[in-house]
Design a protein around this ligand. Structure first.
Ligand code: ATP
Length: 353
């Protein structure tokens, strides 16, 4: 097991910068998730750690070794891919045993025991004689995991390992991965664009955009204390409401003149107020200064998602599923200043106290 350190890593193809002077310290045994939209540089970052891509600038460290000049096979990291990468003509047993045989990292006589141990961890013992085509998607992904586990590598690098599974299986496999990573305690870098996977699996999340990590923090910090509009908007479903307005004497005022809540800044000509759907309370009309009109009410089973017309802007708000709303109904709204976020409209930076 080992820490992983990126020092000022840049990857360029011609003029195009895929990863832009990024540094990152991943602690020994940490589960770090790189999360971001398609094309933001997550896979490229991971491939540079694995040695499959050479950084244009910067250093990659695994433990106390600077590995820039080491071949992938010498870096002692195990990769798990979205498409499993299994050998179709080999049995599950031989697929799992493959890295041990190739690397000669275990005495031949011990291989069956090690394979069975890894297969047992992912509940595949009864499938050892099957070929990959005789397995379900989830079982194939477990073979890929067992093949990574059997090596006892310094680190796991996982690139969207669940994204080929159907929605239900993904949720089950997510819980299995969570349990497994708790048991194995091996440093893991996990790439995904699925925010729920990131939130549920990570010790820390690095939210990436345009080749840079825009915020690095625990899931709690990323969700509850976003550093900028990009992170605020990317995390959460529905997305955080981003309301345009201004700040007048420590009060956020919408473009239509409604005073929503206290703010940390005193006066700003332009500002953006972020507030999550679940943090807006619907109250009796007239009991606050803020009112809105119901544009749509959608019962998801778990709750009611309201789309509200607030002056010229639309916002969403989640309410108790037992409440009934009708379209065009006027309702009062209450904002809690401790659950709102103020942002600078141009740079997107958070404005704090
Ligand atoms: P996704 O979630 O879609 O896999 P990602 O965040 O993992 O996205 P990367 O695969 O790291 O994104 O790619 C980052 C950018 O670098 C993309 O715009 C991609 O087109 C570009 N890129 C990747 N590999 C190459 C290459 N070999 N040559 C040129 N550009 C590349």
């Amino acid at each position: 097991m080992a820490s992983i350190r990126l020092k000022n890593i840049t990857k360029r193809w011609g003029d195009f910068v895929a990863v832009d002077n990024q540094s990152l310290d991943i602690e020994d045994q940490e589960f770090l998730v790189l999360l971001g939209p398609s094309g933001c540089g997550k896979t490229t970052t991971m491939r540079m750690i694995a040695g499959l891509e050479e950084p244009t600038e910067g250093e990659v460290w695994i433990g106390d070794r600077m590995v820039n000049d080491e071949l992938p096979k010498d870096r002692d990291v195990a990769m798990v891919f979205q498409n499993y990468g299994l050998y179709p003509h080999m049995s599950v047993f031989d697929n799992i045993a493959y890295p041990l045989k190739i690397r000669k990292s275990a005495p031949k006589a011990r291989i069956p025991e090690l394979v069975r141990k890894a297969a047992d961890r992912v509940e595949l013992l009864q499938f050892l004689e099957r070929r990959p085509r005789e397995l379900s998607g989830g079982q194939r992904q477990r073979v890929a995991l067992a093949r990574a586990i059997v090596r006892e590598p310094q680190a796991f690098l996982m690139d969207e390992p669940l994204s080929n599974l159907d929605a239900k299986l993904r949720v089950t496999m997510r819980a299995e991965l969570k349990h497994l990573s708790h048991e194995l305690q091996i440093t893991t870098v996990y790439v995904t664009h699925d925010q729920i996977e990131a939130m549920t699996l990570a010790d820390r999340i690095g939210v990436m955009n345009d080749g840079r990590i825009r915020q690095l923090g625990t899931p709690d910090e990323i969700y509850n204390d976003p550093a900028n509009i990009f992170v605020a908007d990317f995390i959460g479903s529905p997305s955080m409401n981003l309301i345009q307005g201004a700040v007048d004497r420590n009060c956020f005022v919408t473009a239509g003149g409604q005073q929503l809540t206290e703010t940390p800044a005193s006066d700003l000509d332009r500002a953006v107020l972020g507030v999550r759907a679940e943090d807006i309370a619907v109250v009796r009309l007239g009991s606050t200064d803020v009112d809105a009109r119901v544009y749509a009410a959608e019962n998801t089973g778990e709750n009611v998602v309201l789309t509200l017309q607030l002056g010229e802007q639309r916002i969403t708000c989640k309410e108790d599923r037992y409440l009934k709303f009708s379209i065009n109904e006027r309702i009062g709204l209450r904002f809690d200043s401790s659950k709102t976020y103020l942002f600078e409209p141009d740079s997107g930076a958070r404005i704090r106290q």
